[in-house]
Design a protein around this ligand. Sequence first.
Ligand SMILES: [Zn+2]
Ligand SMILES: [Zn+2]
Length: 207
Amino acid sequence: MLKIHKIISGNLEENCYVIYDSKTLNSMIIDPGENGHQIISEIKKNGFKPEIIINTHGHYDHIFSDDKIRSEFKIPLAIHKNETSMLYDTYKNGSKIFGSPLIIKKPDILFEFEQKVKLSFATFKVIHTPGHTKGSICLLFKNFLITGDTIFAGTIGRTDLYDGNNEEMMKSIFKLKMIKPSNVDIYPGHGQKTNLSNELKYNVYLK
Ligand SMILES: [Zn+2]
Ligand SMILES: [Zn+2]
């Protein structure tokens, strides 16, 4: 059975999720934020065995500890192909204005199409959801959805940053609204978890 362990990082309170199999402890790391040291120690303390890091998008608060964790556990980094330049560009990833320019090494895996990904312990679908950034993705598992900065509880992600696009965002939101069954839980990149049926009822951007 898949379970989710959350580690919050930094001033922006970014959510890193470790998704793991409760029996084998095989796991994946979504968006390792600024607190890499804590993420590593919690992974070790819980005995999680990470297989891959996935970035929902390339903003610095979501990619901050990519390289630290990659070298600690010797695992690949995956991101959407439209998002790669964010990893290397301190203006695009937003790190420059925070005074500590961040450059991440080349990713190992690029998502390109809407694709199913099979890990040793889980299968999920990569949904391309541009809008917050060009290469933002959501990850759909059997009964939950990882949304990065595309959907939050009660609102959606901003589209006024580099490569943001409001029209694209609305198309992406429409795509997510069509997910069936709609009772999937939503784990966003910031804030509390929610679920899709709740957002369809109360989130003004999804109603
Ligand atoms: Zn973002
Ligand atoms: Zn964010």
